[in-house]
Design a protein around this ligand. Structure first.
Ligand code: HEC
Ligand code: HEC
Length: 132
């Protein structure tokens, strides 16, 4: 008798646990809108790639990213695609990955997205719009 009356409570608890697990089990990625880079990229790797774009093109993060709508003064919305330059950059990323994958894929342990024989810097040399 006693244990049967507890059943609904236990079921409710199990439901809570399942819901919590579903949330924490979301794909490893912390980033919301990656279409070229691997979903499971580490924060450190993503940061170093973004820093390399700043240097290679001689720009800052706002060249491709916009302010957050909620806290425009203090926060950026890096997942947003509002700045059209971001999509231009994706094309360039795909091209660069293609070149490396086709002609410089010597170490098969490496992810093709992370190959860096040809980089943005190879062509850009600190210029956002390199001359042909
Ligand atoms: C030349 C353009 C460019 C510059 C400069 C740039 N980014 Fe990015 N960033 C991108 C692109 C393109 C993506 C999306 C990559 C993809 O689709 O895989 C991205 C994605 C990101 C993301 C992941 C957002 C998400 O949740 O999907 C973060 C965080 C980020 N950038 C931070 C930075 C920071 C910080 C800087 C400056 C240090 C910076 N970026 C400079 C082009 C740029
Ligand atoms: C093989 C040479 C080459 C490589 C590698 C390269 N770019 Fe470019 N990129 C160019 C040239 C040339 C232009 C200028 C195109 C123009 O003026 O029409 C350009 C233009 C751009 C632009 C300006 C928008 C546009 O589409 O014209 C962005 C942003 C950009 N590149 C980002 C990058 C990023 C980020 C990387 C590395 C992931 C990269 N590029 C790698 C040659 C290159």
């Amino acid at each position: 008798m006693h244990s049967i009356s507890k059943l609904p409570v236990i079921i409710l608890l199990l439901a809570f646990v399942a819901t919590a697990a579903a949330f924490t089990n979301q794909p490893a990625g912390k980033f919301k809108n990656l279409q070229v880079l691997p979903q499971d990229i580490s924060e450190q790797k993503l940061d170093s790639i973004m820093e390399s774009y700043n240097k290679a093109l001689g720009v800052n993060c706002k060249f491709c990213h916009v302010n957050s709508l909620v806290f425009p003064g203090t926060e950026m919305d890096y997942a947003s695609d509002k700045e059209p330059m971001k999509e231009n950059a994706r094309k360039m990323m795909r091209m660069t990955i293609d070149i490396n994958k086709t002609y410089f894929y010597f170490n098969k342990e490496e992810r093709p997205e992370y190959l860096s024989v040809i980089t943005c810097r190879t062509c850009h040399r600190g210029e956002p719009f390199p001359e042909q």
